[in-house]
Design a protein around this ligand. Structure first.
Ligand code: G6Q
Length: 542
């Protein structure tokens, strides 16, 4: 077998193939094949993917699937589900799929079935959520809980906040959930503004229970609560923890009975379906939370068992890799036409870029291809009135994932038709554009014709789902999780570590005392960093 990815026969075949089809326009590809728009689609586990508006032919797909096989994707999928330690740089298994395994299913890690403990925690979460939702869980002064504040950052924030926003339609109106992540004190101040501490429950969500931002905010919240309610004893009624670090939680003053655990084989950005999802469960209730897990599981099973060419996450991943590595389109816009999914792009940013933003392979060699695309996006139709200009007529090409739902959760008249007409029309406009002849035929003044031409040939996927439900949300998230896995498997990188975030943390811990010390510190950074530190120390004196 070839040593590097780009030397593999399938990679080379794709390079040659690309040279042959690079000039093809989507207009021609559609004109040549009247069935393209129905054939290049995949309808599985309740998710419809139309990938016909990608710059591909049947041969492209065949070659991409061969590449996946040459890179050992099927074995790598099996290894993840089997609990192998595929996160080699952290020597950890990657078993978020066990978080959504049904009761009774067996997933062995070092000979030990991990599924019973997952359900034990889910049951404890459910009992606690029911108490909070029903008003049985009272605050220290006897008032019922009205506000839930999740304190966490990164994977301990983005999933919960995305899921809360996505599932608001299913959330109890009796409670409001808020999220504090930033060490910027504005975040905590604004999240708690106007709240009665006696009615507020804080969930401290941190896998490690050592994260600077989360611990700083949690301590500040605890101090404020104790000051307002007048006793340390109040902490037990107003703070619970979600963590893998029982010792750290106890040290903070939260009793083990108020802690919900998970295991180190759950990565932060893959943890919204673990106890990190406690705020989600409190908001929507245990039944909806379990339905979300069932949705995840349905996509897991599809990913594990469907042939590569008919596998939604595999196809999505391969198309993304084609756009990124062969066509050179280095970003991906995720455009949900559903206001409830307004935080989905931010969630996918972390999932994709923290997982696959790597420059070395598992063997420590440089990757010979570009890894993760830069993911960004906003809900439609809002984005249409801002950055879509660049997507339609800019010099860079931005592949887009349009996500839409057949039914509106909050319908007003026929507004949903307007929303979906826009989604469909945008994908059409990107693919087919408008030629100079068409513009001229509209009677446009000759000097304006070039400004009104749309080149088209801009790729997109359209993903349609019946209704946004907890279950379909689980499917969508798992679809992207496994698409990310597919791409990482082909690049041969570790999609489950995140060493890239460490250096900044280390340097910040060095700078903190330099900003705070009473004495002028001896600074040994570069001249820019030294000057910035001195300037900050002299604040108010300029
Ligand atoms: C995610 C990352 C990272 C992590 C946060 C919070 O995969 O590891 O975003 O989730 O740094 O970490 P804690 O949960 O340990 O506070």
């Amino acid at each position: 077998m070839s040593k590097t990815l780009t030397d593999r026969p399938a990679w080379q075949a794709l390079v040659d193939h690309h040279a042959g089809i690079a000039k093809h326009h989507l207009r021609d590809l559609f004109a040549e094949d009247a069935t393209r728009g129905t054939r290049m689609t995949l309808d599985a586990v309740g998710v419809y993917l139309d990938y016909s508006k990608n710059r591909i032919t049947d041969k492209t797909l065949k070659l991409l699937v061969t590449l996946a096989e040459e890179c050992g994707l099927p074995d790598k999928i099996a290894a993840m589900f089997r609990g192998d330690r595929i996160n080699t740089t952290e020597n950890r298994a990657v078993l978020h799929v066990a978080l959504r395994a049904p009761r009774g299913e067996k997933i062995l890690l070092d000979g030990h079935d991990v599924v019973p403990a997952v359900h034990e925690v889910l049951d404890r979460m459910a009992a606690f959520s029911d108490k909070v939702r029903s008003g049985q869980w009272l605050g220290y002064t006897g008032k019922r809980i009205r506000h839930v504040i999740n304190i966490g950052i990164g994977g301990s924030d983005l999933g919960p906040v995305m899921a809360y926003e996505a599932l608001r339609h299913y959330a109890t109106p009796e409670l409001d959930c808020r999220f504090v992540s930033n060490v910027d004190s504005t975040d905590l101040t604004e999240a708690t503004r106007g709240l009665d501490a006696a009615e507020t429950l804080f969930i401290v969500s941190s896998k490690t229970f050592t994260t600077l931002e989360t611990m700083t905010n949690a301590k500040a919240a605890r101090d404020a609560l104790v000051a307002q309610l007048g006793s340390e004893d109040a902490v037990a009624r107003h703070f619970v923890a979600v963590s893998t670090n029982a010792e750290g939680v106890a040290k903070f003053g939260i009793a083990p009975s108020n802690m919900f655990g998970f295991e180190d084989w759950v990565g932060g950005r893959y943890s919204m379906d673990s106890s990190i999802g406690l705020s989600t469960m409190i908001a929507v209730g245990p039944a909806h939370f379990r339905a979300m897990l069932a949705g995840f599981h349905a996509m897991d099973e599809h990913f594990r068992s469907a042939p590569l060419a008919g596998n939604l996450p595999v196809l999505l991943g391969l198309l993304s890799l084609w756009n990124n590595d062969f066509l050179g389109f280095s970003t991906l816009a995720v455009l949900p036409y559903e206001q409830y999914l307004k935080r989905f792009p931010a969630y996918l940013q972390q999932l994709t870029m923290e997982s696959n933003g790597k420059h070395v392979t598992l063997d420590g060699e440089h990757v010979h291809a570009d890894t993760s695309p830069i993911v960004w996006g906003e809900p439609g139709t809002n984005g249409q009135h801002s950055f879509y200009q660049l997507i339609h007529q800019g010099t860079r090409i931005v592949p887009c994932d349009f996500i839409g739902f057949m039914t509106a959760l909050a319908p007003i008249g026929r507004q949903h038709d307007l929303l979906m007409a826009n989604l469909i029309a945008q994908a059409e406009a990107l693919a087919f554009g408008k030629t100079a002849q068409q513009v001229e035929a509209e009677g446009t003044a000759p000097e304006l014709v070039p400004h009104r031409v749309f080149e088209g040939n801009r790729p997109s996927n359209t993903i349609l789902v019946d209704t946004l439900t907890p279950e379909s949300l689980g499917k969508l998230v798992a679809l992207y999780e496994h698409s990310v896995f597919t791409q990482g498997a082909i690049w041969g990188i570790d999609s489950f570590d995140q060493w890239g975030v460490e250096l900044g943390k280390q340097l910040a811990s060095k700078v903190i005392p330099e900003l705070q010390s009473a004495q002028e510190p001896g600074l040994a950074h570069d001249s820019s960093t030294n000057a910035l530190i001195r300037r900050y120390r002299q604040r108010g004196r300029h």
